[in-house]
Design a protein around this ligand. Structure first.
Ligand code: NAP
Length: 252
């Protein structure tokens, strides 16, 4: 398909984990994919190479979704290279070290909410400006990556992260209703314990394996299993699905 006719999908935090899997599967489904990353350029390039070697279209773009400069850089690249945007997977997210609430600093909370909440709302805002029929766009679809932590609360581990994901859930419902008549479908996926690098970045590299016995299915999930749910919500098969928050968690 010529590039100018191909729908364009931005996946934030797509160099590793769930975002990387979404990027590869979306490219196979026909999207031109914009792979955003924070610092691991090599990993982003590897994802892009996987896509282009399979005949797909992929561009990488560095940008911290927790900052206005980062978001501006991402959308400037999309406007320059593609001149259109049809989908957003608001995936970039972080955890912090295990801590009780009475040990959490203001700096920690500001970083947590800057990336996991404000960054997602700002990326969605920029996407709506380009996709909404109200702004002359052709419509589109947004999938926010939440977490089962929003429901479970993550006591003793990272209640700040859980609270940020609760905000993502509420934002998903509100934005979905706000832009439903403007050609944009907004939904979310709530992954459970998924085997990615995120646990090591929070100081618990074995977390997925250690928590597996608590999962009714008795195992952690994979990034590919989460990506399949995201691909469904992005697809025309989900044409009447808005404001849905799909648990992909093996029952926990
Ligand atoms: P991951 O393996 O740690 O990968 C994180 C990705 O996000 C990387 O591509 C990283 O880029 C990027 N990133 C981090 N901070 C960023 C920022 N400020 N700006 C732009 N990109 C940034 O994470 P994951 O496990 O795939 O998690 C993806 C999403 O799923 C997150 O929203 C997370 O909260 C959610 N989730 C994960 C689990 C789980 O068990 N894994 C469960 C529930 C929800 P670099 O490679 O450049 O560092």
């Amino acid at each position: 398909m010529p590039t100018d006719q191909q729908p364009v999908l931005l996946v934030t935090g797509a160099s590793r984990g769930i975002g990387a899997s979404v990027a590869v599967k979306a490219a196979a489904a026909g999207w031109a994919v914009v792979i955003n990353y924070l610092s691991n350029r090599q990993a982003a390039e590897a994802v892009a190479n996987t896509i282009t070697e399979a005949g797909g279209v992929a561009h990488i773009v560095q940008g911290d979704t927790g900052t206005e400069e980062g978001i501006a850089a991402i959308f400037a690249m999309i406007d320059r290279e593609f001149g259109r945007l049809d989908g957003l997977v608001n995936n970039a997210g972080v955890v912090d070290q295990t801590a009780r609430v009475d040990e959490m600093s203001r700096e920690r909370l500001e970083r947590m909410f800057a990336i996991n909440v404000i960054g997602k709302i700002r990326c969605a805002s920029e996407a709506v400006k380009r996709m909404s029929t109200r702004h002359g766009g052709k419509g589109g679809t947004i999938v926010n990556i939440s977490s089962m932590a929003a429901v479970l609360g993550s006591a003793g581990q990272y209640v700040d992260y859980a609270a940020a994901k609760g905000a993502v859930d509420t934002f998903t419902i509100g934005l979905a209703r706000e832009v439903a008549a403007e050609g944009i479908r907004v939904n979310a996926v709530r992954p459970g314990i998924i085997d990615t690098d995120i646990h090591a970045s929070g100081g618990l590299p074995d977390r997925a394996r250690d928590l597996a016995p608590l999962v009714p299915m008795q195992r952690a999930g994979t990034a590919d299993e989460v990506a399949e749910a995201v691909l469904y919500l992005l697809s025309p098969q989900a044409s009447y699905v808005i404001g849905a928050i799909m648990n992909v968690s093996g029952g926990r």
